[in-house]
Design a protein. Structure first.
Length: 335
């Protein structure tokens, strides 16, 4: 007797085809986005009614930081996903075209924009004449900004060389520089804060960029058994990354908003409002991730897990944008 395989859900006609899953995904994202809408519109709505002043160029700085984070995620995710793919027995050797050189170019432009702000005393320059390039070497923030510029430049050169894996080192230098920048020496226990930010930013980059490249690889491979295996392997590692992200995020929040004041500051400060929006979005991402893992293990066609996984990538992109805004807002006062 020949065993009969249950019909694949993707080949059914009627109401249980793939678009219904996509529709549910859109509903989840819309509901969560509505809850987080006001804080993520920009600095002005987040600052409204808090008594906090908006620093000059906050919107532009938030955009540049979001672009910089995205430019970090793409190459790190490619290196991470490629390493996972090489560990799979029988995986096809071909890979999608690398986006790392383009990400390095975009990251370099964002780092140059942020360095120009530092070179004018943390103000948005009105002209090139306002930028004091030599002054960057005279301050800690200036030297860190230059390190980020050089890091993306070196990463781009490595990405176009015969050994693209070497770009992990300049990208690591960019992460270290940004972690140090986020916690000035005048802050309470700055090295601890920088360590938490370093782990948080690294895990976030691997999660976002890794999922993007895994989905690109699955589409490139087509209907092969290695595709679901790669997605499943990524899912197991992503669970660890999510745990590390949650732990470091909670610790960083408690450092800036002590437990006794965190509920008030989540609604009364711009930083707290945007942080709350980020938490809601990450919760939605986690729900989409769980949905994808359930489909991967139970569906007749494991590749149907790609539908919520694609929505997860979109939601993670919004999280990156919110994170950029979070870094540009005033740090709440430790009451």
């Amino acid at each position: 007797m020949t065993p009969i395989r249950p019909p694949s859900r993707t080949t059914d006609t009627g109401r249980h085809s793939r678009p219904s899953g996509t529709g549910r995904t859109v509903v989840v994202l819309v509901l969560v986005a509505l809850g987080a809408l006001i804080p993520v519109l920009g600095p002005s709505p987040a600052l409204h009614g808090t008594g906090e002043a908006e620093a000059p160029g906050t919107g532009g700085i938030a955009l540049l930081r979001a672009v910089l984070f995205a430019a970090l995620s793409v190459p790190l995710g490619e290196l991470f996903a490629n390493r996972l793919a090489r560990s799979l027995p029988g995986a096809p050797p071909d890979r999608p075209r690398s986006w790392s050189p383009y990400a390095a170019a975009v990251g370099l432009a964002a780092a140059l924009g942020l360095a120009s702000v530092v070179a004018t005393g943390n103000l948005v320059p009105d002209s090139v004449a306002d930028i004091d390039v030599g002054g960057l070497y005279a301050s800690r923030d200036g030297r860190l900004a230059l390190l980020e510029v050089n890091g993306f430049l070196a990463a781009g050169l490595c990405a176009t060389s015969r050994r693209p894996g070497l770009q992990v080192w300049p990208l690591a230098a960019v992460i270290v520089a940004d972690a140090l920048r986020a916690h000035p020496t005048t802050e309470y226990s700055p090295l601890l804060g920088s360590g938490l930010t370093l782990v948080h930013l690294t895990c976030a980059s691997l999660w976002v960029g890794g999922l993007l490249y895994v989905l690109r690889t699955l589409r490139h491979w087509g209907a092969t058994e290695a595709g679901p295996a790669l997605l499943g392997l990524y899912a197991r590692v992503a669970a660890v990354l999510l745990a590390a992200l949650t732990a470091t995020g909670v610790c960083s929040s408690l450092r800036r908003m002590p437990a006794g004041t965190i509920l008030d500051q989540l609604t009364d400060t711009a930083y707290g409002r945007v942080l709350l929006a980020k938490v809601l979005l990450v919760a939605a991402v986690a729900a989409l991730a769980l949905w994808a893992r359930i489909r991967l293990s139970r569906a007749a066609d494991p590749l149907t897990a790609c539908s919520p996984a694609r929505a997860e990538v979109v939601a993670l992109g919004v999280v990156v944008a919110v994170s950029g805004l979070l870094t540009a807002l005033p740090v709440p006062i430790r009451w």
